[in-house]
Design a binder for this molecule. Structure first.
Ligand SMILES: [Zn+2]
Length: 305
């Protein structure tokens, strides 16, 4: 069975929705006796906070989730992303894009051929060296895009079946020089030997781009399982404004991690409502990925208090 992983971004505390995805990723891996890894996605060095890194690891440990290998940090792996960018560049698959955010939005809004809604239409794709030089002279720093050109790519997801999309020329290096998430995640999953990516289904749409990149870089394409997001009582994606949604918030209100894990387990049909679960290890024998609820879970923090 393939190695699994959970890869949080330390830009804020983990909420119950993030924790449920972590529990699922752990259960997918462990139900197949596979290793499970934690990766800290601190690619965004401005928004990432060191305090959140430790809090994430502590929260996961409180549920019984630990990494079977070293906790990998994206901020220490820029040489690997540079190597991948160099390979794409050497194959003629990159070009500089001088569009501002506003220009991209305007270009994206205009109808253009077979590319899906929201796709970059290739404005800067065929610039001559003179056209590029003119923009550089104006002080614009380019982002770098891949020449995917609307290639149709299929990905297979355990819950959603076949997901197909025309892959547009997406950004792999941002204008500030940082590698884009799409690139880092593909390189990381390969380097860590991750065979199954379990994550929130808000990332389902990005999957064909990542499959395209993995193939171009000669990397194995992992299996995917995009699990439903957790919603607040109002049906909107769970967020801070829904009240006590982190382990720390809930603990302050007298709700222990075991009760939170019990609620998560109940939402997955693995425990009775109101039960306490000490560790994810208690759930592994009853977990069956084929019987996973595919509807989003509405979490009402007040019901735990
Ligand atoms: Zn452009």
């Amino acid at each position: 069975m393939p190695t699994g992983r959970f890869a949080p971004s330390p830009t804020g505390p983990l909420h119950v929705g993030n924790l449920r995805t972590a529990v699922l990723a752990w259960l997918f891996a462990r139900s197949g006796d596979s290793p499970f890894l934690i990766r800290i996605e601190d690619l965004d060095r401005v928004a990432s906070r060191e305090a959140h890194v430790q809090a994430h690891l502590d929260d996961l440990a409180a549920l019984g989730i630990e990494s079977d290998g070293p906790v990998v940090r994206q901020s220490l792996r820029f040489d690997r992303y540079e190597a991948a960018l160099a390979r794409l560049g050497a194959e003629g698959l990159l070009y500089p894009c001088y569009c501002t955010r506003k220009e991209v939005q305007a270009a994206v809004a205009a109808p253009h051929g077979p590319l899906p809604e929201g796709a970059y239409p290739g404005t800067c794709r065929d610039f001559t060296p003179a056209e590029r030089a003119a923009r550089e002279a104006g002080g614009r720093r380019p982002a770098w895009r891949v020449r995917a050109g609307g290639e149709r790519v299929e990905a297979v997801d355990r819950l959603h079946g076949t997901v197909a999309a025309e892959v547009d020329d997406f950004v792999v290096r941002r204008a500030d020089g940082a590698p884009a998430y799409q690139l880092a995640v593909v390189v990381d999953d390969h380097d860590q030997g991750v065979g199954e990516v379990v994550r929130g289904d808000d990332l389902l749409d990005t999957t064909p781009r990542q499959v395209w990149l993995a193939r171009r870089l000669g990397l194995d394409v992992p299996a995917y399982a995009h699990v439903p997001l957790v919603l607040g009582p109002d049906g909107e994606r769970l967020a801070k404004r829904h009240g006590a949604v982190t382990l720390a918030d809930l603990r302050r209100r007298g709700v222990p991690a075991h009760a939170v894990l019990g609620a998560i387990a109940a939402s997955l049909g693995l425990a009775r409502l109101g039960s306490q679960v000490r560790s994810v290890t208690e759930l592994v024998t009853t977990f069956d990925p084929r019987r996973l609820p595919v509807e989003p879970w509405r979490f009402d923090p007040t019901l735990l208090q």
